[in-house]
Design a protein around this ligand. Structure first.
Ligand code: PPY
Length: 305
């Protein structure tokens, strides 16, 4: 049975995403996002499922950083999961017993209004994941954990409150990653992800990069930057855009980015969670590129077109 490593322990949102993506796989919990990627790089699992962005809190920087370094991995799928949070305590405990509360920083950030209203002076602690906070409550390290609703199926804790997020309808996007190999076939509704480092302090370079996409009718769905860590002002950009590398306009745009940037890492072309078909911008369908190629070839061959 193929294996999928996820950001665990059991009962995290990442486990739910991994089960949604690959219900027939064997699930391997690991403690951090980098560890999930290392597990795949070293061949100890076939796939990894990790969170990449949240509709309220934005990028999961641990994932962005871990994807950009070491052996490249590529995304072969994405899962978008609705996020609601529960408050878990040891059996029999009440709100009055809670002297500490823990969760993943992204979860704490999404319930801060609720905590301010219901547990105003209670110290908050960051745990490696939401389910790790549940383990901490079982161990007596914390009094309450903010978790995915499914966590209570794994840990002998009581649910004191459900649906405590400050924003209803929040979602988190997860990537399913593997070692580079044959790419998923284009579906007509795909996304391509890359990271790119541009020349330091080259005026207008980000505008140039985005123009390469815009000119080819490619819809940018996300852009992030992370510091390169050595000095201020140097960044790695992360771009997600509609289309598959098998499509001419996307391949052409990637080639242009490769010319313009110091370094480009391909992070995969994979089906979007939302299967609405991608429309190639005007004059940018594969047939348009083919017709233009034939015209140039004919000119090179001495014909006037
Ligand atoms: O800790 C988890 O359960 C995760 O999978 C990471 C996470 C944390 C908060 C919201 C969405 C995902």
């Amino acid at each position: 049975m193929p294996t999928i490593a996820y950001f665990g322990p059991e009962g995290t949102f990442s486990e739910q995403a991994a089960r949604a993506a690959r219900p027939d796989h064997t699930f391997v919990p690991v403690v951090t996002v980098p560890e999930a990627l290392t597990t795949v790089r070293q061949g100890r699992a076939d796939l990894a499922c990790v969170p990449v962005e949240n509709s309220v809190e934005g990028a999961v920087s641990a994932t962005m950083d871990a994807l950009a370094v070491d052996e490249p991995l590529v995304a072969v799928g994405e899962v978008v999961l609705p996020i609601t949070f529960s408050l878990l305590v040891r059996p029999g405990a009440t709100m009055a017993d809670i002297k500490s509360v823990a969760s993943h920083p992204h979860a704490l950030a999404q319930v801060q209004g609720w905590l301010g209203a219901h547990l105003p002076d209670v110290p908050r602690f960051a745990s490696t994941s939401t389910a790790a906070a549940a383990v901490g409550v079982l161990d007596g390290q914390y009094d309450a954990a903010i978790t995915a609703p499914v966590a209570v199926e794994h840990y002998a804790l009581d649910v004191l409150h459900t649906a405590i997020a400050d924003v209803d309808d929040a979602v988190t996007r997860f990537l399913v990653l593997r070692r580079p190999g044959a790419l998923p076939a284009p579906t007509g509704s795909d996304r391509t992800s890359i990271s790119a480092v541009a020349a330091y302090q080259r005026t207008g370079v980000l505008a140039e990069m985005l123009t390469e996409l815009a000119l080819r009718g490619i819809n940018l769905s996300r852009i992030e930057s992370r510091p390169l860590k050595g000095r201020l002002g140097e960044y790695r950009f992360y771009l997600d855009f509609d289309g598959h590398i098998a499509e001419r306009r996307v391949g052409d745009a990637l080639a242009a980015l490769h010319r313009r940037c110091q370094h480009v890492r391909f992070l995969g072309s994979y089906p979007k969670a939302d299967p609405t078909p991608t429309i190639a911008g005007l004059d940018n369908a594969d047939e348009d590129y083919l017709a233009a190629d034939e015209w140039v070839s004919s000119l090179r061959a001495g014909r006037t077109g």
